[in-house]
Structures are given as structure tokens and as C-alpha cells.
Design a protein around this ligand. Structure first.
Ligand code: CDP
Length: 805
């Protein structure tokens, strides 16, 4: 069994551990139709639920008549708020400390709001019956503009009438939710007052939607004999859902089993709790039969959690030679009808206070006002960490606006303001401690890779040619240097509904030297089964191929806060390494016993413990695993397993330099991404191939958001983009090629030095695309234009600049 024939390099390669581009183990199932999604679940006697939804954005619900619907054969029940009220379930708490109607209680506040829930033998009968539920509405004035809402006499949330205190402090108006302030207001205003140069701009990050390919859904199954509720669902945080279901239903938590099966993309959309979950649970408890609810695409886009919708008024102060001295930001945040933002409790505007970005800005102030309007609730981190995307877009636009004001090259302006490598750990003016970074190295590498000087020369020639009438195409160079903030915890700062944001991993080694690891996170496509096994492989020397990963079942996995905000690697990844190290510590004692030496006389060597100074005397991890189950080792319990609950000491701060080169036709507004270069630094890289895949996917979503995707409302509150005909979801046709690159600056506090990466490409991608559009028109006088930059809006920019004659 002792294998002395392989070189250490061969033994490392056999493990397929950290740093190897191990192929995704998940894909065997996914590419052969063996995925198991919520809608694949079929159970005996399973019923189906469908919602009756409001066609109006703001209306009083005068009456609901169920008779015609109930008369259809196969309809089992029609639930309204009146039916849920005796159970106290007609409203539910939101993640943001507000409450939200489960079914319309007297009025509706957004188009698509749930009014009644029809339960029938199958989805076709449920859909037909939902059409027959007669709802009598009395229309009310609609507010879709947050600035108007703050001035209007119309009271949206009548349930809060007279309440001057909200979950996050005083409310200034009946449609106001909270004000959140960070930084030093007086000092920042003083800096702005004295500065050589102040650039000011309104930066709007429009409302959009995560739009996962699989919509939200669940199957609730109440076993009336055992009293156990099993809830399958598209949950990004299964344990938190279990606790919430227990708290709002009164069922004991041990009698609830939440299972997230395969999930077809989440991007933040599947973090919160939806009316469909509550109604399905109630329907299953009442009928004693399993009840399935699965949204269609329009329901998903109209009613589940949106993203962004931040109006960010900015002022940035600098010296004449471009050294930034202060940053001021006031954000008006449109939260829709209920404040259902998914943010840690103490951060009502998420991590928007990372808006000083990659720059050493000594003085800053941020204020955010949350506002109710007649739009869908939500405010989720769509492939980002709690508003860091808004923050990065804001600062990267403000840098460009300042560069225009200073008549400076925007790459150089960034370079002279970057936080320097020797300033880390860096304390930002808005309260964060950046763990590590080397921005200058990344920036220089990126500029060199795209031949920045050459591009600027080409652009100058293009401008000449355009002015001379030789071309109608402009060239834009979109620059971005972003700093992410991922890995919430620490528990002392971050909780959701009082649950501290740690995460967990449990590892069990089997006697024959294979293992199972269970985590509190849940993959939605990120490839956790592949990469977390790689961490364990490197830590304990068993091949990744011999390690099974399991997530998403609250009856088996240790408690965790789930997967969103790129927190899996920084938090659960750290828990995985720590659990593995506990196993290795016990393995060391077993090895020493077997080798008949003292514990301190053995040392770790890839996949074994060897006697110090005598490497030919060793025990492999496989041998040690067997011994743990068949030898009575004095002072040690049998078995080899460990669990770790990891509370990170700090967030991790990945960063990146992205450059987009775009051709723009001023007559049609069409754009063409000629080149997109993405350099990411996520610290230690576990699986380079998976990282590349994450970057490709994230930049593609960034392309969508910047260049066309939006949830748009008309003045009556109708959603104008509720199908994929109108909501831009890029296909291979629109998706350009990307060049990926990296630097490696490990996190000093993470056990393996890794930072998150899944969201970086979205955070960095959006400003890179948007800055490319702005940069193309900069020589002709454009300063700021709102996203999304679809063909029509780009045409309008050109038209507004007099380019159409
Ligand atoms: O929380 P989420 O899984 O969405 O994001 P993440 O922690 O950034 O991880 C996304 C995927 O990239 C996972 O499979 C990670 O293990 C992998 N990754 C990596 O290989 N190396 C890193 N330094 C960070 C993430």
C-alpha cells in the first residue's frame, strides 16, 4: 500500500486539488438530463397552486368572488387574505425589517401582486380557475417615480400610517422608508467647498432583474401522520428558510425539512421568501397533500425580487492635478411597494458604502433614502454583494466625469488615486478595512495587454475620420478598476433576521479513504461540488474524485447562511479548510501512533504523514483513514470526521481591471464589442477553469444590464418588459469574446488566501461597457447618459449631440 514510486508532483496532480482546472463533476448529470430541479419533483396526489394577480399597480380590492373558480371540477381551494388572516399569515416579515402582504389585504401596491391562490389537481385546471376568480378593484393614483412619491399626498402604505419610526430609524414622509448615513458630512462638505475642482453628476443605475433561467418554485409536503413538513424549493439559503418557516408558521423547526435540489441560477432572485412558499405550505397543511407552485416567466419578472433602481447624486472633489480629496453621494433608492431588500440587518443600503472604490479618498459622505413606490418589492444583490454593483458603477462613472472636468486621461486619473499596495490593510473613509490589494500592478498589466496607448491613438484617428466624414462609427474605450467586498460575515456586523452570517462544513472520512462533505451553502451553477472537494483534497491528501459534496438539505447539512454575495468561498470555503485541518490534526496523531513516534516527529507531505528526517517511513491518508476505524488508539475516539462553523474576521476584497473596446454606429445606435479584457484578482485560485467560467457568465450578465436589460414601467405602473421579447437576455449571438487574465493577491485572513469571484465580473463589467459608450461620445461633449444603452438610447445620444445633421 505504501507508494514510493510517484514523485511529489505526480502525487499532487493525482489529488486534483487547489490550482488545478478540474473538470466540473456536476456536468455529467446536467448534460445527460439527470438534473433534479423543483419542477422535476412528482409526488403522489400532488396538487398545483396558481396565483390570481393584480392587473393594477395601485388599487383597492373591493371584493373577491371565488364561486366560479370553485365550481370547476378539480379545484380544491381558493385562498385569499381572509383565509390566511386567522392564521396570521396574510402578511409576512421581509428580510429588511418591513412586512409584506402574502395575499392582497384590502389593496394592491404593484402590478402582478398576489391576490388569491388557487389550488387544483393540476396546473392547467389551476390556471383556468385563476382566470375565473372575479376581483373588483377601485383604481388609486399610481406613483412610479421615487422623487414624486416623496412629495405626493398619496399614501401607499396605509398600514404604516402615522408611524414615524421604521426598522432603520425615522421616516420623513409617509412614502419614506429610511435614511442611512455613513461618513463625515461636515468634513466632506468642507472639502467640496475648498476644492480646486468639483465634478457633479446624477448617476442612475436602472431597475433590472436577475432573471434566472429556472424561475422560482416550491413543493410543500405536509405528512399529517408524522407532523413533518418537507419543503423543496429554489432556495439560495435553505437553513434560513427553515428558520423563517418555523417562526411564521409556528411549526417546530425540527419538524421542517427544507431541501434545495438543483437550482437553475439564482443571482440573488432566490434569497428571499415569496408568497408562493407561504401559500403552498398552508395549502399542504390544510389539504394534507403535496402542493407545487412554479412561476412562469412573466410572474418571475413582474413580481419577484428586482435589482438596483438607485438614483445616485454624486460630487467628487480634486486638486487641479487630479488628486481626489472628497466624495459625496446622496442616493434615492426605489424599493417598490414593500421594503424586501435582501441585505444584512445593519446595512439597509447593503454595502453601498464601498462607493469610494479602489481609490484613496480621505473624506467621504454617503446618505441613502429608501422610498416606497408602486413597483414590485425586492432590491436583491443581482450577482453582486449587497449593492456593491451600484457603488462600483457610481464611482467608476464619477471618475470619468471628473476626468472630463480636469481634461485628463481617465486611466492616469485612476492610477494617481489608487490605494497603494503598501497601504493595505486600508481603512476607507466610509468604514471598511480592505484586506489586501495591488491595484497598480493589475492596472499596468491590463493597459499593456490591450495596448492602451495604441488604442487611444486609433481613437484619435477615428475622431478625425469621423469629423472628415470618412466614417460613421465611433470607438469607445471603457475603463474600470473595481474593488469588490465579499464574504459576509463577520457575525458581529452581519446578520439576516438575527442569524449571524457564518458558514459551515462537515467532513466525514470513510474507512477506505474516500469522504463526504456537507456544507451550509448551495450551488446554483457555481460548481461547488467540484471546487470544495479540491480544497479538501489539498488539505488532507485524498483525491478530489473520492470526495462527495452535498449541499441544500437541512436535515443533513450543518447550519449555514447560504450562497449569494460571492460568500461561499470566503466563508464556507474557509469552513471547509478549517474542518479539513481538524481532520488532519487527528490524522497526525493516528499516523504518529502507527509509526511509533511522537506526534511532533511526523510532518505532512502532500497526501501522507512521514517521519521527520526519514521520508521513507510514512502513512498515507488512506492508511490513516482505515486505522481510524480499525485500531484502538490510546486517547483517541474511533472515526475521522470534523465540523467547522466559520465566522470570518473580515470580508475579502477581490478586485479587477476591465477594459472594453466598442464600435458604435451613430446612425443606428448599434454597438459591437470588439475586445473585452477582464483581469481578476480573487486571491488564491481554487479552480482556474471555473473562475474563467464565472467571469464569462458574469461579464455576459453585465453586458445585458449595461446594454439593454431593464424592468421598465409606464406611468400607470404597467411593467413594459415582462417577457423575454422585451427583457434582454443575451444569447450566443450577442455575446462577444472575452480575454481573461489574473493577478494573485491572497487574502491575509482567509485560511487558504481565497477571495470570492462569482460576482466580480458583474460588478466590473457594467461600468466597463457603460464607460465605453460614454468614452466614444466624450470628444463630442457627452458627460453622462443613463443605462441601459440600447440602440434607441444610443441613437438619441448621437441625435442630441447633433450628429444626425
Ligand atoms: O458564493 P458563490 O459560489 O456564488 O461565489 P464564489 O465564492 O465566488 O465562488 C464561485 C465559484 O468559483 C466556486 O466554485 C468557487 O469555488 C470558485 N472559486 C475559485 O475557484 N477560486 C476562488 N478564489 C474563488 C472562487
Amino acid at each position: 500500500m505504501n507508494d514510493q514510486t510517484l514523485t511529489p508532483e505526480e502525487r499532487v496532480a493525482n489529488l486534483k486539488g487547489m490550482g488545478s482546472s478540474r473538470k466540473r463533476v456536476e456536468d455529467v448529470r446536467f448534460t445527460q438530463g439527470k438534473g433534479n430541479y423543483v419542477d422535476d419533483i412528482k409526488m403522489d396526489g400532488m396538487l398545483f397552486g396558481a396565483f390570481v394577480r393584480s392587473p393594477y399597480a395601485h388599487a383597492r380590492v373591493v371584493s373577491v368572488n371565488k364561486e366560479a373558480a370553485l365550481a370547476i371540477p378539480g379545484v380544491v381551494a381558493v385562498l385569499t387574505a381572509e383565509d390566511l388572516a386567522p392564521l396570521g399569515l396574510h402578511w409576512m416579515p421581509t428580510l429588511a425589517g418591513d412586512k409584506q402582504m402574502v395575499l392582497a389585504d384590502g389593496k394592491v401596491l404593484f402590478q402582478g401582486q398576489e391576490v388569491a391562490y388557487v389550488v387544483a389537481e393540476n396546473r392547467y385546471i389551476a390556471a383556468d380557475a385563476a382566470e375565473l376568480v372575479e376581483v373588483d378593484y377601485e383604481e388609486l393614483p399610481v406613483l412610479t417615480d421615487p422623487f414624486e412619491a416623496l412629495k405626493s399626498d398619496v399614501v401607499l402604505r396605509e398600514d404604516l400610517a402615522g408611524q414615524t419610526e421604521g426598522a432603520h430609524g425615522p421616516r420623513k414622509h409617509h412614502n419614506h422608508i429610511f435614511t442611512w448615513e455613513q461618513g463625515d458630512k461636515d468634513a466632506t462638505e468642507a472639502v467640496l467647498g475648498e476644492a480646486d475642482v468639483v465634478a457633479e453628476e446624477m448617476v442612475y443605475y436602472h431597475r433590472t432583474h436577475p432573471c434566472p433561467l429556472e424561475t422560482c418554485g416550491c413543493v410543500a409536503s405536509m405528512d399529517k401522520v408524522t407532523g413533518k413538513l418537507t419543503l423543496y424549493g429554489t432556495f439560495q439559503a435553505p437553513h434560513a428558510i427553515r428558520t423563517v418557516v418555523s417562526l411564521i408558521s409556528g411549526l417546530a423547526e425540527h419538524n421542517i425539512r427544507v431541501i434545495s435540489p438543483d437550482i437553475g441560477g439564482g443571482f440573488g432572485n432566490k434569497v428571499g421568501a415569496y408568497a408562493g412558499y407561504v401559500c403552498s405550505v398552508v395549502a399542504s397543511i390544510v389539504t394534507g397533500q403535496p402542493v407545487k407552485w412554479v412561476e412562469n416567466r412573466m410572474e418571475n419578472l413582474m413580481s419577484t425580487a428586482f435589482a438596483r433602481d438607485y438614483w445616485m447624486q454624486g460630487k467628487i472633489a480634486a486638486t487641479k492635478d487630479g488628486k481626489i480629496t472628497g466624495l459625496w453621494c446622496h442616493t434615492t433608492a426605489d424599493h417598490g411597494g414593500f421594503d424586501a431588500c435582501a441585505d444584512p440587518t445593519k446595512f439597509p443600503a447593503g454595502f453601498m458604502n464601498i462607493c469610494t472604490g479602489s481609490y484613496d479618498i480621505p473624506t467621504a459622505y454617503l446618505a441613502v433614502d429608501g422610498v416606497y413606490t408602486n413597483k414590485a418589492p425586492g432590491g436583491v444583490a443581482y450577482r453582486c454583494s449587497f449593492r456593491v454593483t451600484e457603488a462600483a458603477y457610481f464611482i467608476e462613472r464619477m471618475i470619468e466625469v471628473l476626468a472630463i472636468k480636469l481634461n485628463m486621461d481617465a486611466a492616469e486619473l485612476r492610477r494617481i488615486n489608487f490605494i497603494k499596495a503598501d497601504q493595505f490593510p486600508y481603512q476607507s473613509a466610509l468604514g471598511w478595512e480592505y484586506d489586501s490589494g495591488d491595484y497598480h500592478t493589475a492596472w499596468d498589466k491590463a493597459l499593456k495587454a490591450v495596448d492602451y496607448e495604441g488604442l487611444r491613438a486609433e481613437q484619435a484617428q477615428r475622431i478625425e475620420d469621423f469629423k472628415a466624414g470618412k466614417t460613421r462609427k465611433l470607438l469607445g474605450i471603457g475603463l474600470t478598476h473595481f474593488t469588490e467586498i465579499v464574504g459576509a460575515g463577520p457575525v458581529k456586523n452581519c446578520d439576516i433576521l438575527g442569524l449571524g452570517m457564518f458558514d459551515s462544513c462537515e467532513i466525514r472520512i470513510h474507512p477506505t479513504g474516500s469522504a463526504i462533505a456537507r456544507l451550509g451553502t448551495i450551488s446554483q451553477g457555481q460548481g461547488h461540488a467540484t471546487t470544495f472537494a479540491q480544497i479538501i483534497a489539498s488539505e488532507i491528501g485524498l483525491p478530489a474524485d473520492d470526495i462527495t459534496l452535498e449541499e441544500g438539505d437541512t436535515d443533513t447539512a450543518p447550519y449555514g447562511l447560504g450562497t449569494y454575495g460571492s460568500r461561499s468561498t470566503p466563508v464556507a470555503g474557509a469552513a471547509t479548510a478549517m474542518a479539513a485541518r481538524k481532520i488532519r490534526a487527528k490524522a497526525q496523531m493516528i499516523a504518529a501512533y502507527l509509526l511509533e513516534v511522537h506526534d511532533n516527529d511526523v510532518e505532512w507531505d502532500v497526501d501522507r504523514f512521514a517521519v521527520k528526517g526519514a521520508p521513507e517511513r510514512f502513512k498515507t491518508m488512506k492508511e490513516i483513514a482505515f486505522a481510524a476505524y480499525n485500531q484502538a488508539i490510546p486517547g483517541l475516539e474511533p472515526g475521522l470526521e470534523a465540523v467547522s462553523y466559520y465566522d470570518p474576521p473580515n470580508m475579502t476584497y477581490p478586485f479587477g481591471a476591465y477594459i472594453c473596446v466598442m464600435e458604435i454606429d451613430v446612425d443606428t445606435g448599434e454597438w459591437d464589442v470588439r475586445q473585452f479584457y477582464a483581469l481578476d484578482d480573487c486571491g488564491t485560485r481554487i479552480n482556474p477553469m471555473i473562475i474563467e467560467g464565472q467571469v464569462h457568465g458574469g461579464v455576459t450578465e453585465a453586458l445585458a444590464i449595461a446594454m439593454g436589460q431593464e424592468i421598465a414601467y409606464d406611468e400607470m405602473g404597467n411593467v413594459k418588459t415582462a417577457t423575454l421579447m422585451d427583457f434582454f437576455l443575451p444569447t450566443a449571438w450577442e455575446t462577444p469574446n472575452y480575454t481573461t487574465d489574473h493577478t494573485v493577491t491572497p487574502s491575509p485572513h482567509h485560511p487558504i488566501g481565497a477571495k470570492g469571484v462569482g460576482e466580480s465580473p458583474n460588478v466590473g463589467g457594467v461600468p466597463a461597457f457603460s464607460n465605453a459608450v460614454h468614452d466614444a461620445f466624450r470628444p463630442f461633449g457627452l458627460v453622462q447618459s443613463h443605462m441601459p444603452h440600447d440602440h434607441w438610447r444610443i441613437w438619441k445620444i448621437a441625435n442630441g449631440l447633433g450628429m444626425h445633421g
